[in-house]
Design a protein around this ligand. Sequence first.
Ligand SMILES: [Zn+2]
Length: 153
Amino acid sequence: MAQNQTAPGTQKISNYIMMIVVIVLVLSVVSIILAISVYLSGVSTSSHVVSSSQTGQDDLTAGFLLVIGLVALSMSMFTVSQSRRQAAEMKIEVPKVMTTIECKKCGTKTVREFQRGDYVYKDLDACPKCPDTKQVITAIYKDIKEKEKTYNV
Ligand SMILES: [Zn+2]
């Protein structure tokens, strides 16, 4: 339960990014459609008697809109891939909280994930080896990955 508390926050941020991406995506699609329509209208009018300078300007407008559309499209795609990668990295970075349980009599150590209500010196269920002795929580710590401590030489 405790690990899930950070999830809504990151979800909110990614929703923001997704909204911006969708807006940019729509704008890029609109500009590409405009570019195609301008290009097509330029083609259709060129079949009529229209000065060559007019069609040239239409081609320029169409090309300009197409470039804007493609740039916006690639930018939004890049943002999506980047935010996804970031979200994946965030998930890995969240360290697990571990609880060490020890039996005072036989010294059996058990490590399990932290559960709500755990605290050091809390009495737990009886030890499986010695039923008359209660197991005690001796340590609660964050399980930081060894990967972060290694250095590339
Ligand atoms: Zn024991």
